[in-house]
Design a protein around this ligand. Structure first.
Ligand code: G3P
Ligand code: MG
Length: 343
């Protein structure tokens, strides 16, 4: 019948659309739910007029926990099922680096959680700043090192170890200590602490950052500084100490490599959901940060939706990186408008 044809057409259209969600400032603020986020996911998980699932993945610049742990936490806050197969954190694509380096310094995050992340990614020999402080407390002159931290660290003689690369996975919990250790390593001979290279460039080990956001929306009323601010501080210090620019690699939104990775995740998620690896034609990115979610989505040919629940606090649209599908009060409005357009 005509009605069946119509809903058949809608089912087809529903399979040709997908959503990519930013997390902080769109679905949650830290550990607090943005209520419209739950409803938006319910609709995509099948509570819609067609009763079908509309594919969606999560692409966050968030970091600091293993994927499975963060997914469980988000499921608790959002009350909706999420699979690690539809979930990308800033450092997720960095798992590909594990095969290239032996000993690496992993920086950032709470406690030793980023060590755990790096282990899960297959990194073979992982050093965190606390291991270095425990081995030689004079390296960080202002650091107060607790007994608990000492007990859980893995000290060794770092003047006999070459650290082959620096991986900033998450926000530094102690800028002074982390910046000092990173600067020492960048200026050393091939990552050997206790040395200072004569030529700062030829013996410099590479440094990677999991994302470049300047600001992050949190429970605090004004967005807080994030990894981008930390990196810019390091770059400025490095330049004035050595006279040369610091070369570095940045992952996360809006870097192209991250969007390509998201495409691969989308394709395999489509396969799980609809038995078809094709990336849908109409992808909607819902984000709150024009300088990361929106600029990246625009460059990658996605439909971009900017919401007012996070970093963006401007007028009709962002002046520098306007969302091409529109600005919405919240994620639910964005999802409903996109679905109305496609189906
Ligand atoms: O800026 C750091 C991070 O918390 C942002 O996460 O989900 O907004 O990309 P998200
Ligand atoms: Mg955000």
């Amino acid at each position: 019948s005509q009605v069946q044809d119509m809903s058949g057409g809608k089912v087809k259209a529903a399979k040709d659309m997908a959503f990519v969600f930013d997390i902080d400032g769109v679905l949650v603020h830290g550990d607090r739910l943005i209520p419209e986020g739950r409803r938006a996911l319910e609709i995509l998980n099948g509570d819609n007029e067609l009763g079908i699932k509309i594919p969606h993945i999560f692409l966050t610049n968030g970091s600091g926990k293993p994927e499975a742990a963060r997914v469980r936490q988000l499921e608790g806050i959002l009350g909706q099922p999420i699979s690690t197969d539809q979930f990308i954190q800033s450092h997720t694509p960095m798992r590909a680096l594990a095969e290239y380096y032996g000993t690496v310094l992993v920086v950032g995050g709470e406690g030793y959680r980023c060590r755990e992340v790096a282990e899960q990614y297959g990194f073979r020999d992982i050093v965190v700043p606390n291991d270095i402080v425990a081995s030689d407390p004079t390296i960080a002159p202002y650091r107060v090192f607790t007994d608990e931290e000492r007990a859980s660290s893995r000290p060794r003689d770092f003047t006999k170890v070459n650290i082959e690369a620096i991986m900033v996975f998450s926000d530094s919990r102690d800028y002074a200590t982390d910046m000092q250790i990173i600067m020492d390593l960048l200026r050393s001979e091939d990552g050997r602490l206790g040395t200072v290279a004569k030529d700062p460039v030829s013996q410099r080990i590479p440094i990677y950052f999991s994302q470049g956001d300047m600001l992050c929306p949190t429970e605090h009323p004004i967005p807080r500084m994030s990894q981008g601010a930390f990196r810019i501080g390091l770059e400025a210090m490095y330049k004035s100490l050595t006279g040369v620019e610091l070369e570095r690699v940045v992952y996360g939104k809006p870097e192209l490599a991250t969007y390509k990775y998201a495409d691969e995740v989308m394709a395999s998620w489509m396969d799980q959901l609809h038995g078809d690896e094709r990336v849908p034609r109409n992808i909607y990115m819902v984000g709150d940060n024009p300088a990361s979610d929106i600029i990246g989505g625009n460059m990658y040919g996605w439909n971009t939706c900017l919401v007012r629940t996070g970093v963006f606090q401007g007028g009709d649209n962002d002046d520098e990186n306007p969302a091409n599908f529109g600005v919405f009060k919240n994620v639910l409005e964005a999802v409903q408008t996109a679905i109305r357009k496609e189906l």
